[in-house]
Design a protein around this ligand. Structure first.
Ligand SMILES: Nc1ncnc2c1ncn2[C@@H]1O[C@H](COP(=O)(O)OP(=O)(O)OP(=O)(O)O)[C@@H](O)[C@H]1O
Length: 260
């Protein structure tokens, strides 16, 4: 694993009223790492993610991005340096695919020809056919295609960091699998640092280098899947056992391949 932290949380706390959504969390994400954040609903995953690009401000603690305290970085400039993929794609419904992808380059003041070239490059990168998809509105795309556009848009300003909030959650399992694999390849090819929230433990184990487990706002455990499987925490072990238990149940219900 690379050594330099690209994102660093040091004793970070964020409350909403009396509720500690993120409670004294310290976590480093190394440069080039793919980290998955897992945990039950309301455990603080989204809050933790959004603290990194200042969509949410911390009450206490320090967050660094590329060794810089995010408090010293203009939030808009920070968000341009960090790609963000929303669960539902988060595309502007009235803008074409090309305009959705090109929105940040446009805000950055790039000339129209450069934006068009960048859009084509990104469409290719996320494996969408230029001619077929460029001018469509998001409503004319499948869920998987929308998420590909969401990924392309997040990559438009050539960020080194990508944050993804349950990006493949609303997709059918086959599309989800394919997109997960494709994104993992992009992560490698572009040398990204990726933090992805997922509810799917199998996805976390298959895609991520390391997994952070949240519960009640606290970081319960972090480590590689192998390290976590040696955890002494019952909740962590339960989470890690889920994929295997599902396979066992499936094996019991389905004929084994090759069987008559
Ligand atoms: N803007 C807000 N105002 C008040 N409470 C909030 C706000 N945002 C989040 N919370 C609360 O903080 C806690 C953590 O929320 P968060 O969205 O971070 O959890 P999560 O783990 O991402 O959940 P899910 O998996 O359901 O998306 C929850 O109890 C939530 O209701």
């Amino acid at each position: 694993m690379p050594s330099r932290p690209m994102i660093g949380y040091a004793r970070v706390t964020k409350s909403f009223g009396s509720l500690k959504a993120v409670d004294d969390v310290s976590l480093d994400v190394a440069e080039g790492e793919f980290l998955a954040i897992v945990g039950g609903s309301g455990s603080g995953k989204t809050t933790l993610l959004r603290l990194a690009n200042r969509l949410i401000e911390a009450d206490a603690g320090t967050i660094t991005v590329n060794s810089e305290d995010v408090q010293n970085v203009d939030p808009v400039a920070l968000r341009r340096r960090i790609g963000y993929v929303f669960q539902s794609g988060g595309l502007f419904p009235h803008l074409s695919v090309a305009d959705n992808i090109g929105i940040t380059p446009k805000l950055l003041g790039l000339p129209a020809d450069d934006i068009a070239a960048r859009v084509d490059e990104l469409l290719e990168l996320v494996q969408l056919d230029r001619t077929a998809h460029r001018d469509r509105l998001p409503e004319a795309l499948s869920g998987g295609q929308r998420q590909r556009v969401g990924v392309a848009r997040a990559l438009a300003a050539k960020p080194r960091i990508v944050l993804m909030d349950e990006p493949f959650g609303a997709l059918d399992p086959l599309t989800r699998d394919a997109l997960g694999e494709d994104f993992r390849e992009l992560h490698r090819k572009l040398g990204l640092t990726t933090v992805m929230i997922t509810h799917d433990m199998t996805e976390a184990i298959l895609l991520a280098d390391r997994i952070a487990v949240m519960r009640g706002g606290q970081l319960l455990a972090q480590g590689t899947p192998a390290q976590l499987s040696g955890s002494s925490d019952a909740y962590v072990l339960e989470l890690l056992r889920t994929p295997r238990r599902q396979v066992e149940r499936l094996n019991a219900l389905l004929p084994q391949s090759g069987a008559a």
